[in-house]
Design a protein around this ligand. Structure first.
Ligand SMILES: *Cc1c(COP(=O)(O)O)cnc(C)c1O
Length: 385
């Protein structure tokens, strides 16, 4: 057994990045300023996006989006239940109705086929979720949304560096990224709103900071522009320079991170091939670059003779950390009591929600750590029945 605990995720922060954050702290300007602008521009360039706005989280980005397109009472928004609950919460907080779509059983992603039957004349927005670093099949969804004149915005929290049909996520349409510590790159907390719609970008830029017509930082005055005026009531969702400078360092290493994550994921695939109780996710067959954000497996509870909670607890006893991405939104207390979805309404989502488990995967992990995880899994499977 491993002598030290292996967490399921750990941010890879370099001494250079720590030094860069310290430099910002010493500079006299620590909130949104030149580093936030630089990070926006670098991320925009990385994705080859038309416009990018740095924010304090992806959740903030989704909130701004709902406000910008005016989602409110009477509107329906289609999104998967297999997601982080932030989007579903925001839809409810906006007074609109979340319409939860089922997913493919083995990729955990929605498709045009699962979304189309849910469209009504009240549907205003579709929010597909790129899962675990893989890309949703966007083309059929884009055709569907445009034919029905419905907004389409990608939850790209897992998809920094993901490519779909040769293009980075963020290049086309509108995508919202997260830089929370478990994501592929981190700012501590942070997010990025990318869009090819310049009007939307302008609106998001304004709404993210009190509805001022100007950004917080003015290059000429080396500080806040005193002339800025409120053009409409806005929020306060800007990214600090302390966070942005960390994001800049991380972005430079993103491709290396993905390379390392891919090697680790391949090792998992190889070693799990003959473990019948453990089912990794499938990789979709359309062209993409998988960013390998998470290594999600499903436990065949019948074959294993134990539930997922026991499996995770037993791995923890063997010093292996795991996570759940995600417990489906509609199975959580508030949504059970308000949405009243019948058992089996989202059968693939429910099946996975009870069985998924994310195994350790992060750039500073060693290949031997994967072997430790597999040894622990095999040990749990033979000792607990
Ligand atoms: C992490 C995550 C979010 C939220 O990102 P924050 O930056 O923490 O707000 C949204 N959707 C998904 C699928 C996520 O995993």
């Amino acid at each position: 057994m491993r002598s030290s605990f292996l967490p399921f995720s750990k941010p890879a922060i370099s001494e250079l990045e720590i030094e860069a954050v310290a430099d910002v702290l010493r500079s006299g300007w620590i909130t949104t300023g030149p580093k936030a602008t630089e990070f926006e521009e670098a991320f925009r360039e990385y994705c080859n996006a038309k416009g990018a706005v740095a924010l304090c989280s992806a959740t903030a980005g989704m909130h701004l989006l709902l406000a910008a397109i005016g989602i409110g009472p009477g509107d329906e928004v289609i999104t998967p239940s297999m997601t982080w609950v932030s989007t579903v919460n925001l839809i409810v907080l906006a007074g609109a109705t979340p319409v939860l779509a089922d997913i493919d059983r083995d990729t955990l992603m929605v498709s045009a086929e699962t979304v189309e039957p849910l469209i009504t004349d009240r549907t205003r927005l579709i929010v597909p979720v790129h899962f675990a670093g893989a890309s949703v099949d966007m083309e059929p969804l884009r055709r569907l949304a445009s034919a029905k004149n419905i907004h389409l915005v990608e939850d790209a929290a897992h998809a920094a560096g993901t490519e779909y049909r040769g293009e980075k996520i963020g290049r086309r349409g509108t995508a919202i990224f997260s830089f929370h510590p478990i994501k592929n790159i981190t700012c501590g907390e942070g997010g990025m709103f990318c869009s090819d719609d310049p009007t939307l970008i302008e609106r998001i830029r304004r709404l993210k900071f009190h509805g001022l017509g100007a950004d917080a930082y003015d290059r000429n005055t080396q500080g806040r522009s005193p002339q800025a005026e409120v053009l409409e009531p806005g929020f306060k969702y800007n990214l600090t320079d302390m966070a942005a400078v960390l994001g800049l360092g991380q972005l430079r290493r993103l491709d290396n991170f993905i390379e390392k994550r891919s090697l680790l994921a391949s090792r998992y695939q190889e070693l799990l091939a003959d473990v019948d109780e453990i089912l990794p996710l499938a990789v979709p067959s359309y062209p993409m670059r998988h960013a390998r954000h998470l290594f999600v497996v499903r436990l065949d509870t019948k074959l294993a003779g134990m539930d997922r909670e026991t499996f995770m607890a037993e791995l923890k006893k063997r010093n292996i950390g795991t996570g759940i991405h995600f417990k489906a939104a509609h199975t959580q207390k508030y949504y059970r009591e308000t949405l009243h979805l019948s058992d089996g309404a989202l059968s693939n989502t429910e099946w996975n929600s009870d069985r998924i488990c994310s195994l350790p995967l992060f750039p500073d992990m060693k290949m031997e750590d994967v072997d430790d995880v597999i040894d622990a899994i095999k040990d749990v499977l033979v000792s607990i029945k």
